[in-house]
Design a protein around this ligand. Structure first.
Ligand code: HEC
Length: 287
């Protein structure tokens, strides 16, 4: 069976009906859907017995490819199988897996069988394992974009989910979010926010914004500016600044400083990179 071919459009109304029918079944664990839990649960979408968790795709250029990852669970008796993955943003979606190649190496091949799902035996699409591949993208997929993905099952159901384009998995994003309550967050509020604002917007012409700042493109320079201070003319988002940012007082240890930098990058810099106390110590010593 060729599960890589694009969905036959004539099937769409039928599938839509099946999805709507499937949606009437509610999930048991609705208790976790309420107010913000300290630890966020995985993002789940699904209908009926199929639940798809933490689905995400990597960025890709027009005509290029994007990886598709997530976990597909089957929550009923019996079995189902994943026949085809559908996405209108691309020519086709293939399933790939890693198999032993010659010698020690693993090689990536296109899967020929439909993965079977059973209760307690999910199909996980992961980096380095089985994964989906969006082939020949119709347009560029950028970080932050949302893409509709359909999972057509052997049972006839097609489960539709929205996948976010990202460079890291939702699980990693949750980990970063936890950071938003650590010592770095405290230091930001007590110290940095006085100039850059609690929302990172700064004050036009006086204190540059941190939200989406192009300064973050240069990791070394950013860490250096934050720990050793910065002065002289800079341009952020088209506005010129010529102020003075004092160096961070020595009373803050390298660990807390690394934490505030990671906090700033996570919150305002799209998590472009992260640093360590060792790296901070090295850059601090320059002064
Ligand atoms: C006393 C005010 C003040 C404080 C406190 C301060 N900054 Fe700044 N910051 C500035 C000024 C002014 C500039 C621009 C300097 C220039 O014009 O060269 C700047 C520039 C920056 C830049 C580079 C430009 C940009 O917008 O990306 C970053 C990053 C930055 N600050 C982060 C921080 C962080 C993180 C903290 C807290 C650890 C902090 N700042 C604390 C005033 C401050």
């Amino acid at each position: 069976m060729n599960f890589c071919k694009i969905l036959d459009v004539r099937l769409v109304p039928l599938l839509f009906f099946l999805i709507v029918a499937g949606c009437s079944e509610t999930k048991e664990e609705s208790g976790t859907k309420g107010e913000v839990a300290a630890e966020q649960p995985p993002q789940v979408c699904g209908s009926g017995s199929i639940q798809i968790e933490d689905i995400w795709i990597t960025p890709g250029a027009t005509g290029g490819t994007s990886g598709l990852y997530g976990t597909i669970r089957f929550e009923a008796e019996g079995a189902d199988s994943l026949i085809e993955i559908l996405c209108s943003e691309t020519e086709r979606v293939e399933l790939h897996e890693m198999i032993p190649g010659e010698g020690e190496e693993m090689k990536m091949v296109r899967m020929t069988a439909s993965p079977v799902l059973q209760k307690g035996k999910p199909v996980t699409l992961s980096l380095g394992g089985k994964h989906g591949m969006l082939v020949n993208l119709k347009q560029e997929l950028k970080v932050g974009d949302s893409v509709e993905i359909g999972f057509r099952m052997g049972s006839g159901d097609t489960v539709h989910c929205t996948a976010r384009v990202s460079t890291s998995s939702p699980a990693e994003a949750r980990k970063s979010k936890r950071k938003l309550n650590g010592p770095g967050a405290k230091l930001y509020t007590q110290y940095c926010s006085a100039c850059h604002g609690s929302d990172g917007a700064g004050q036009t012409g006086v204190f540059p914004p941190l939200t989406g700042s192009e300064f973050f493109k240069d990791k070394d320079r950013t860490i250096d500016a934050i720990v050793n201070g910065l002065q002289g003319e800079i341009t952020v988002e088209g506005v010129t600044y010529n102020g003075v940012m004092p160096p961070l007082p020595d009373t803050y240890d390298d660990e807390t400083v690394a934490d505030v930098i990671n906090y700033v990058l996570t919150r305002f810099g799209e998590n472009a990179w992260q640093t360590t106390p060792e790296e901070v110590a090295g850059i601090r010593d320059r002064d």
